[in-house]
Design a binder for this molecule. Structure first.
Ligand SMILES: Cc1cc2nc3c(=O)[nH]c(=O)nc-3n(C[C@H](O)[C@H](O)[C@H](O)COP(=O)(O)O)c2cc1C
Length: 330
């Protein structure tokens, strides 16, 4: 196979989209309205199935289809307890693109491909990218340490990870972790990526179902207010809450050297929904990337896409080398 890296047009053809911009699948922070808005703007919208009951995923897919006849994706963290049911829903609805994460790409890739889906696996190391390519996935997301949500223990930053992955595989690489505007997108292409996946930026949109108190907290956040926590359970980047919040309690427990069992008790259940969907900043988990320090507003997703692509085109005439003027971005 010819090397498909550094080629946004090849990625757009694979995904069936006009522009190589992917709205990430995210627990508690996606829904049909967001997916449709991103799709209509020429990007790829993704439903985050990791926080949906099987019947909810089914309903959200139907809602996307009722309002949009273009491509969209579903993200399935492979640790999800009812993963078989989600996969069956995906097969039944002939979902065009599936992002898998948090598990081995070997288990579901053949099933998904025989169901007609394009399969993309999320990785945080070059070794895992190679394993994913060998398992037959069509593309990988290289997600760096800055990213929101669950993250690799390796702590490799996007700037180091993307070129490592680009050099390791021949399938298209989508860069994730810290991308939110035209200049960061340009940087991704300079590193050899074929597209970008943005999570935190799309939490901060009108159509995102995240609670307004969570969005306001992100808008107020400054540099250094997120940290990769709970590394002994599943590493997750969390945003600081008010004094005495869950974030503070985890930070104290970890610096006191509390064991995994004590951390599991502290984590309990349901905190992600509580924080991100219900807006409980004190007791909830607030998952967001380092880029939160740079996000101050929550525009409509279509306007955001228009602004990012418009700025990118302006770079095209002002600052870009000719090699960065791809049709998919002009
Ligand atoms: C609130 C939140 C929830 C997330 N949930 C998931 C998830 O369920 N599955 C997944 O593969 N990645 C998840 N991620 C990671 C995103 O898919 C994406 O790769 C990441 O946000 C990119 O980094 P950025 O936040 O700097 O844009 C989540 C990210 C956020 C912010």
């Amino acid at each position: 196979m010819a090397n498909q890296n550094g080629n946004p047009e090849a990625l757009c053809d694979l995904l069936g989209v006009a522009h190589p911009v992917i709205q990430a699948g995210m627990v508690w922070c996606t829904g049909a309205d967001l997916v449709v808005a991103v799709g209509r703007a020429g990007g790829l919208g993704t439903l985050g199935a990791g926080s949906m009951y099987p019947e909810e995923l089914d309903a959200e897919i139907q809602k996307v289809r009722a309002n949009w006849d273009g491509p969209f994706a579903v993200n399935v963290p492979l640790l999800y307890p009812a993963v078989e049911e989600h996969m069956e829903t995906i097969r039944r609805h002939k979902v065009p693109v599936v992002f898998t994460s948090a598990g081995s790409p070997r288990k579901w890739t053949d099933f998904l491909k025989s169901a007609g889906a394009v399969v993309v696996h999320v990785v945080s190391s070059a070794a895992f990218a190679k394993k994913s390519e060998d398992a037959g996935v069509d593309a990988v997301v290289a997600e760096g340490f800055e990213a929101g949500g669950h993250n690799g223990r390796e702590e490799t930053t996007t700037l180091c990870l993307v070129p490592e992955v680009v050099d390791a595989v021949r399938i298209p690489v989508i860069a994730a972790g810290g991308f939110y505007d035209a200049r960061t997108m340009l940087a991704a292409f300079a590193l050899g990526a074929s597209g970008v996946q943005m999570g935190s930026r799309f939490v901060m949109t009108q159509e995102n179902p995240a609670h307004v108190a969570f969005k306001q907290r992100i808008a107020d956040a400054g540099a250094g207010e997120t940290r990769l926590m709970l590394k002994d359970i599943t590493p997750v980047r969390l945003l600081r809450g008010p004094e005495g919040s869950f974030y503070d309690r985890v930070a104290s427990a970890e610096s006191a050297g509390d064991d995994v069992q004590a951390l599991r008790v502290l984590l309990g259940r349901g905190r992600a929904k509580l924080g991100m969907r219900e807006g409980d900043l004190l007791e909830g988990e607030l998952e967001i990337g380092q880029v939160s320090a740079l996000l101050n507003d929550w525009p409509k997703a279509g306007d955001l896409m228009g602004e990012i692509l418009g700025d990118y085109r302006a770079f095209g005439t002002a600052k870009m080398a000719p090699g960065f003027c791809w049709k998919a971005l002009m």
